[in-house]
Design a protein around this ligand. Structure first.
Ligand SMILES: Nc1ncnc2c1ncn2[C@@H]1O[C@H](COP(=O)(O)OP(=O)(O)O)[C@@H](O)[C@H]1O
Ligand SMILES: [Mg+2]
Length: 298
């Protein structure tokens, strides 16, 4: 157990009462999907060749989606002397469980701010953020740490792997953060990296490093997978492999995937596209027939 998490564990029973007090009526959030079988039974990317072969099959999950996340008038404000600056202003949105969501917008629009609030990596200045029926904005720091550890996997543009650890060790670290994580070999196999698992980040290509970081995120089996410009440092072909992988996490495994990008072509693969501009949500569009990631060109 990592030392930074110890305080939150110690007060777990104490906060549970408060958490229960904060619980919102479940009826607000509709029914949950019934599937929650082995994470990797459908995604089996590692075929005989050892190459990444993405098996994006039919959607085997039920189509009934409950609401997982709701933002209500969420603001993130920074003060600079006497001036106030809103990185995000009055954001209202709903994300259903199992959805693939793309957050689009130009640089500086507030995309990462939105993602960081979703992931409990930042806290709102005002408003409410409901996750699975609980209001994150009422959480203590310790409870927010626990929320991140239990529910959120994050993939960043520059992978954020620990350079002195192998791919296997980078993924195995998740065991210290959450109980019941997936075996690292299984997680790395799922992203087609079993053959490379003893290599260090410096011995892997950008795409392999990003797939390692995805393996690390999904090893936690999180309800929410957040990705901030995950293909931003990759060439088109490698980026597409990463997109396929992320889409299949939602489509085949029913995970809720939220991806930030400035690439408007990615909108085609999303169930929901949230456009952000100047710190505000410009529009939210639902797409009944998202494309397969393999069909997207940019
Ligand atoms: N910690 C911070 N302090 C002050 N301003 C910030 C901070 N974080 C982000 N911002 C500002 O908020 C705006 C939105 O940032 P961000 O969400 O990172 O944009 P995006 O991800 O869309 O490029 C930017 O103008 C940025 O400079
Ligand atoms: Mg950003």
């Amino acid at each position: 157990m990592s030392s930074s998490l110890m305080p939150s564990l110690m007060i777990r029973s104490e906060v549970r009462q408060k958490v229960n007090d904060n619980k919102r009526g479940r009826y607000m959030f509709g029914k949950k999907k019934k599937q929650d079988t082995n994470l990797f039974e459908i995604i089996d990317l590692e075929k005989d060749s050892g190459d990444t072969v993405l098996d994006i099959g039919q959607n085997e999950t039920e189509t009934e989606h409950g609401v997982l996340i709701e933002f209500r008038d969420v603001c993130k404000k920074y003060s600079q002397g006497e001036n106030e600056f809103y990185a995000l202003k009055n954001a209202n949105l709903t994300i259903n469980e199992g959805e693939m969501v793309v957050i689009l917008g130009p640089s500086g629009a507030g995309k990462s701010t939105l993602l960081n609030l979703l992931g409990g990596m930042d806290s709102a200045s005002s408003g409410h953020i409901w996750f699975d029926g609980e209001d994150l904005t009422t959480y203590s720091d310790n409870r927010l740490t626990r929320y991140r550890a239990e529910n959120v996997g994050v993939v960043f543009q520059f992978y954020n792997l620990i350079p002195t650890l192998t791919a296997y060790e980078n993924v195995a670290l998740m065991k210290d953060i959450k109980e019941g994580t997936t075996d690292p070999v299984e997680a790395l196999s799922a992203v087609g990296l079993k053959e490379h698992m003893h290599q260090f980040p410096s011995q892997m290509s950008g795409g392999e490093q990003q797939r390692t970081s995805i393996a690390r995120a999904i090893a936690k089996n999180p309800k929410l997978l957040l990705c901030d410009e995950p293909t931003g440092a990759l060439d088109t072909g490698t980026g597409k492999e990463v997109l396929k992988l992320l889409q299949s996490m939602s489509k085949d495994r029913g995970r809720t995937v939220v991806m930030v990008t400035h690439n408007s072509f990615f909108a085609d693969i999303a169930d929901t596209v949230i456009r952000v501009k100047n710190g505000g949500i410009e529009n939210i569009v639902h797409n009944d027939t998202p494309k397969n990631a393999s069909e997207v060109f940019w």
